[in-house]
Design a protein around this ligand. Structure first.
Ligand code: 0A1
Ligand code: ZN
Length: 878
């Protein structure tokens, strides 16, 4: 469908459904190419709907076999059917039963929406609008129904049959080669939470007793033979359930909780009621195949999907504009869980790094949109960093502003009021307004206004008066459809730090008892009394608001924070800010005095010499420079990726050489002893050791190659093996090629490991990489039909390889454009995601900008683009 002809859906046009569906009975006979679905729907007019409206059920690529109303088969004149709608112009005005039989072809379903096959198994994906690819339905989240699902299939081919809710019956079908299972979910839910699975699967399970003493069977289903790789996920599930009971008072509500891992999946995972379906990369882990980062992601995503049971499922969304209501809140909850299970400051830094790399980037691109968008052409394109990550930051700010106790009371009230309903952002905020008596209407702007606010701060010390004054100013740049902006309500967690680290007393009545100043005007000033001597301000502690800060503080004073701030986030931030200043100057032809760069390197050395060992994970973050993409974003216009690459490499060399003694000491003393454990402390030691190796290799490639090769040969786990291979990829030569070849051979039957191998090679910042990527597309493990493969090879080239994707000759852009068009024929969602790599095109220097625009236009002018790709390409060019 061409974009121009695609209707725009607007928030302001929301109206309740004209009909409701109270009960759904599905009878599904699985077949590779002709799966038959009989849906029996108990429908009634909605008292809030229009009294004489027709019944229009959504469909998408459906084949209709028959329709019956209250048991009577309808004739062709009594309804109108197309692959995308089933209309009954004059339905009964009292409750009635509609029985609809459809047929679908799961094997031909390459979009991975609706019912499809992955490695021969059957599975479904219904969020956002996939249920309509199974049967005709009121496929909108404010229509809540109780589902009973009967699934029937060949017993030998499909021994496992799973649905939402609890298993109520199973046994032999009439045909002795077939069997069936009936699942019933007693909780009313929208169709996007429906799921079924049928396949040949291995299983691991564990019993769980909830806080009120109910027994729940937890089970994870994986490809047979991989059961031993599901243990960590199962453990993470149990810990998540315990945590939600303890921290939010939320208990699980069914007799079983099933998770199924599939290898073909468009996203990370899906929270279907009682039957989560996961991309297998977020379930399967063993020390030999998964890195520390993989373990951390598995833990976070298992928790995220589980937490949706309350934030998303029990309380769902009225319409898709409210997506952040479940996603932002659930990301906040999974972040809190990971922070409690691991190191809070280290986790916070990781969250902020992702937020800046993905959300700030999006917010400054042509794809910028509010956390609650007001219109969309294709909802699949709004599962974005803005909705998820900025959505979570809003919840975090709310908690910062009202305090932890009031936040918990507000959450309790929200659950109490909204359980079993399809809610809105207003319902959420009202709960907090009601428990605190505060007016949150100004705060609500965070949901409405796109763009990252800029906050500039100036500090003035008056020695005679012993006062310290901070002048704040804020502005938000224009974004598509929003040219002027209002001031935001920005919580600034702050403190003052003395130059030598000794305690400093200071009083300011604008700062609350939790150390937070609420900055909600275009400009404002606060003054601290009784301050002596001159302090250094520590602002936005813990990254208390998703804003960009500019502070007129010299590097030496920022480095005081690295040494003495009590806030770990700001210690890290201080080092990053100084590094960024130097890197931006070096990348844009500015002059950086050797003394300045040396002072930074010396500050890092002294950090490494003092307390790096007390928290190695934190130290690893401090000694890692901002990425090339971060630097590009900071420069913001006329970006030359080659200059950035040279600048960053030079800085790595300088630090590697300047701090080599410390780095060698880390490298030698932090070597793993004993068996691998994925816990945060062990992972932190590996992270510092591998970050040290990277810097040593930058300063002395021969030493780096020797160390990395030795580590590659002797590694006892994937984290160390992959890190050494990563370092080798920065060092052109035979050692690198040999190691790559050995790795590829060793893991040739491990697709998830080969993904890492694809990624490393796609990110090599050398001219030959594009050819290498094209060659790897011929690798037997690569497939355009598998999203993980495509993202790890092509997605990584476009998103991680700044210099080669943005080649001045445009070859990187043309390559991506051609792949997007190919992918679009199979899987529009995947194609649209790849295409978002172009979102930085306007910030490139002239030649590259021209090349990127040409590539985008070549996509835009193709006929028959999917709605997904059409929407992204047209917004990118707007
Ligand atoms: N609700 C899921 C995300 C998700 C969205 C769409 C999907 O299908 C294309 C799949 C998953 C989550 O937040 O985890
Ligand atoms: Zn989610």
């Amino acid at each position: 469908m061409r974009t121009e002809t695609t209707p725009i859906v607007r928030l302001e046009d929301y109206r309740p459904s004209d009909f409701l569906i109270d009960r759904v009975e599905l009878d599904v006979r699985l077949h590779p190419t002709q799966t038959r679905i009989v849906a029996t729907l108990a429908i009634r007019p909605n008292p809030e709907g229009r009294p004489d409206a027709p019944l229009v059920l959504d469909g998408d690529e459906l084949n209709l076999n028959s329709v019956a109303l209250d048991g009577r088969v309808l004739t062709g004149e009594e309804f109108e059917a197309s692959p995308h709608a089933l209309t009954i112009a004059q339905p009964p005005r009292q409750p009635f039963t509609l029985t609809v039989e459809t047929e679908v072809n799961p094997t031909a379903n390459t979009k991975l929406m609706g019912l499809y096959r992955s490695s021969g198994n059957y599975c479904t994906q219904c969020e956002a609008e996939g249920f309509r690819r199974i049967t005709y339905f009121l496929d909108r989240p404010d229509v809540l129904s109780v589902y009973t699902t009967r699934i029937e299939a060949e017993r030998d081919e499909v021994p496992v049959l799973l649905g939402n809710g609890n298993l109520v019956e199973s046994g032999a079908a009439d045909d002795p080669n077939r069997h069936y299972a009936v699942w019933r979910d007693p909780y009313p839910k929208p169709s996007y939470l429906f799921a079924l699975v049928g396949g040949r699967l291995g299983r691991v399970a564990k019993a769980f007793k909830t806080m009120s003493g109910r027994e729940v069977e937890l089970a994870i289903y994986v490809e047979p033979g991989k059961e031993d790789r599901a243990g960590y996920a199962l453990d993470a599930l149990e810990r998540s359930m315990r945590w939600d009971e303890r921290v939010f008072g939320r208990e699980y509500d069914l007799d079983v909780f099933n998770i199924v891992a599939v290898s073909d999946f468009n996203m990370g995972a899906m929270e279907n009621k009682g039957l989560n379906i996961f991309n297998d990369k977020y379930v399967l882990a063993s020390p030999e195949t998964a890195t520390d980062m993989d373990y951390a992601h598995i833990e976070a995503i298992i928790a995220h999907e589980y937490f949706h049971n309350w934030t998303g499922n029990r309380v769902t969304c009225r319409d898709w504009f409210q997506l952040c209501l479940k996603e932002g809140l659930t990301v906040f909850r999974d972040q809190e869980f990971s922070s409690d299970e691991r190191s809070r400051p280290v986790h916070r830094i990781a969250e902020v790094k992702t937020l800046r790399a993905r959300q700030f980037l999006e917010d400054s691109s042509p794809l910028a949109h509010p956390v609650r968008p007001t219109q969309y052409r294709e909802i699949n394109n709004f599962y974005t960093a803005t909705v998820y990550e900025k959505g979570a930051e809003i919840v975090r700010m709310l908690k910062t502003i009202i305090g932890a106790d009031a936040f918990r009371r507000g959450m309790d009230l929200y659950f109490e009021r909204c359980d079993g309903t399809a809610a809105t952002v207003e319902d959420f905020l009202n709960a907090f307004a009601d428990v605190t008596g505060r007016d949150l209407s100004h705060f609500a702007r965070w949901y409405e206004q796109a763009g990252t606010p800029r906050v500039s701060v100036k500090g003035h010390y008056d020695e005679a008066a012993r006062t310290y004054r901070l002048d704040f100013a804020q502005s938000t740049p224009p974004t598509p459809g929003q040219s002027t902006k209002q001031p935001m309500a920005i919580p600034v967690a702050l403190g003052l730090v003395s130059h030598d680290g000794s305690p400093l007393s200071a009083a300011c009545d604008r700062v609350d008892e939790r150390g937070v100043f609420l900055f909600d005007k275009a400009s404002d000033t606060i003054t601290f009394a009784e301050v002596s001597p001159k302090p250094v301000p520590s602002l936005f502690r813990g990254f208390s608001a998703p804003v960009k800060v500019s502070l007129d503080l010299p590097n030496e004073e920022l480095l005081v924070l690295l040494r003495h701030d009590t806030d770990a986030f700001n210690r890290w931030q201080a080092a990053q800010t100084v590094a960024m200043r130097l890197l931006v100057a070096l990348s844009t032809g500015g002059s950086v005095a050797d003394a300045e760069a040396d002072a930074f390197s010396a500050a890092l050395c002294s950090f490494m010499g003092s307390d790096a060992f007390t928290d190695p994970a934190f130290a690893a973050l401090v000694i890692t420079l901002p990425s090339e993409a971060d630097i590009a974003q900071e420069i913001g216009k006329d970006v030359d990726p080659d200059a950035i690459h040279r600048a960053r490499s030079a800085m790595r060399r300088r630090i590697g050489a300047g701090c080599s003694q410390h780095l060698r000491r880390f490298y030698e003393s932090l070597a793993d002893s004993g068996p691998y454990s994925p816990d945060a402390a062990s992972a932190g030691r590996r992270a510092l050791r591998n970050a040290s190796l990277d810097l040593l290799a930058a300063a002395d490639p021969a030493e780096g190659e020797a160390l990395a090769t030795a580590q590659f040969d002797s590694a006892s786990n994937m984290t160390d093996r992959l890190a050494s291979l990563g370092v080798l990829t920065t060092l052109p030569g035979q050692a690198r090629e040999d190691a790559l070849a050995r790795f590829g051979e060793r893991y040739r039957n491990e697709p998830l490991v080969l993904d890492k191998w694809f990624t490393l090679q796609a990110a090599i910042p050398e001219d030959e990489t594009l050819e290498r990527v094209k060659t790897l597309m011929q690798h037997p493990a690569f497939s355009m039909a598998n999203p993980n493969r495509v993202r790890s090879l092509i997605g990584s080239f476009a998103m991680l390889n700044q210099v080669q994707f943005n080649r001045a000759d445009g070859a990187g852009y043309r390559f991506l454009a051609s792949i997007v068009l190919r992918a679009d024929e199979l899987n529009p969602q995947l194609a649209a995601r790849l295409l978002t790599a172009f979102s930085t095109w306007r910030m490139m220097e002239n030649t590259r900008r021209g090349q990127a625009e040409e590539a985008l236009r070549s996509i835009a002018q193709k006929p028959n683009l999917s709605r997904d790709v059409g929407d992204i390409v047209s917004r990118s060019l707007d």
